[in-house]
Design a protein around this ligand. Structure first.
Ligand code: SF4
Length: 424
């Protein structure tokens, strides 16, 4: 149902937010395993779920190429769901076989699902039991269930579960903690800039291994790299860290302001930041110039899906001149989105949550040049003559930082270009 239209908050964009709570068309949090397992090279993700969960992961992963996947499913049978069998036995058996076959695994994430939540399987107790038994292997549990969550929240739940395990940073240890998965290549580029600015030491959560956990303490400064890590940020501030407000590192502007937020915390002047980022920013702007003419003035509609919608809308409107018809987001955490909301145009339709039929009606009525949506909606909309972009592609592709700004613009240019060619 559509509700009254409260404004976002007092100090940024004052656009009204359309709050919707209806039928949702999104993947569940298990999907996050697809990028998390590639990032944390010593981790294994064991889904405690049904055959449906196993099939979802197989088909979602089917579009990707793995040497050896580091995820699997302990399948709950019907008798488990009815509480007739002890799921613990199945878990113990699967885990013993896994650790025997893959001795390099140092952290096992037990990932809950809708079925395990419905029967209230105690994964906390299971993780404790398995960790006691396993020799030096860490067991951490979190939920990837699709009940009232969207697919990127799986990463937030995973990282949130790691926070209590982070070692305590000694007082005076002023580190920068970047939160949210970034491609290794992006991490390296950003690290080089931070080094040049004298900002650091810099840690990443998640890191390249789940074993090497970054320290956190009262002098830790936290910078969010992804817009879906809200619970993790709260847990980190709960451990004394300070959150640095910043837009997300998308596009030349977003990346500059993101780096500037960290630099200010290290007392580096804005002039120095501009000087250090100038060559990379100029490259990014040149890359964006190639696509601006094709994107400028074109209209775009975002269905709520990945939580990247608001930062992407900001980038497309400010740096590419696109016209925002509607920007839907599954959740609007105004506290962590403040710096983005400030940069959005005043005349904007923001929608939080989903009522898919109503959104489809609004989208059809507006007839945007481009629609960003989940895979399930893309095919029918394409059949109706609308051009679409899968939001999940924006999650899997490295799009953050200066060097990737052109690739980001190209992702939006591609469907429009294809449509133009087909017309010709
Ligand atoms: Fe489906 Fe829930 Fe399993 Fe996700 S966790 S695949 S939504 S049953």
């Amino acid at each position: 149902m559509s509700a009254a239209l409260p404004t976002v908050h007092g100090n940024g964009c004052d656009a009204p937010v359309l709050k919707e709570r209806g039928q949702r068309e999104v993947f569940c949090g298990l999907t996050g395993i697809l990028w998390l397992h590639r990032k944390m090279q010593d981790a294994f993700f064991l889904i405690v779920g049904s055959r449906t969960c196993a099939h979802l992961m197989q088909s979602a992963a089917g579009v990707m190429i793995f040497a050896e996947p580091r995820f699997g499913t302990a399948v709950m049978e019907e008798k488990d769901l009815a509480g007739m069998a002890v799921m613990d036995e199945e878990l113990d058996r699967v885990v013993a076989r896994l650790l025997e076959r893959r001795p390099e695994i140092r952290t096992v994430f037990l990932v809950g699902s809708c079925p395990s939540e419905v029967i209230k399987l105690d994964l906390h107790r299971a993780a404790e039991r398995l960790e006691e038994r396993a020799d030096g292997v860490r067991f951490i549990h979190y939920s990837g269930s699709g009940i009232e969550t969207t697919f990127t929240q799986g990463e937030d739940s995973c990282l949130r579960a790691l926070v209590p395990r982070l070692p305590e940073a000694p007082s005076g240890h002023a580190n920068l903690l970047v939160v949210g998965t970034l491609a290794d290549v992006v991490e390296e580029q950003l690290l080089r800039l931070f080094r040049e600015l004298g900002v650091g030491p810099v840690d990443f959560l998640p890191g390249r291994t789940a074993e090497a956990l970054p320290p956190v303490g009262p002098d830790t400064r936290v910078l969010a790299a992804q817009p879906w890590v809200n619970d993790t940020l709260r847990a980190l501030t709960g451990r004394g860290a300070t959150l640095l407000p910043a837009p997300f590192p998308l596009g030349a502007e977003g990346t500059t302001e993101w780096i500037r937020a960290a630099a200010r915390a290290w007392d580096v002047s804005d002039d120095r930041v501009d000087q250090v980022v100038a060559p990379a920013r100029a490259r990014a702007r040149r890359a964006l110039d190639r696509y601006r003419e094709a994107l400028e003035g074109r209209s775009i509609f975002f269905f709520p899906d990945s939580q990247l919608e608001i930062p992407l809308a900001r980038f497309l409107s400010r740096e590419m001149g696109m016209r925002l018809v509607e920007v839907g987001t599954p959740h609007l955490d105004a506290d962590h989105m403040t710096e983005e909301l400030k940069l959005l145009p005043a005349e904007i339709r923001l929608a939080e949550g989903q009522d898919v039929e109503r959104q489809l009606d609004r989208c059809r009525e507006a007839g945007p040049d481009l629609t960003v949506c989940g895979m399930g909606l893309a095919n029918p909309l394409e059949a109706e003559g609308l051009r679409t972009k899968w939001s999940i592609e924006l999650v899997f592709t490295p799009i953050q930082g200066f060097e990737q700004a052109g690739d980001l613009a190209e992702l939006f240019h591609r469907p429009l270009d294809r449509a133009q060619r087909l017309k010709v």
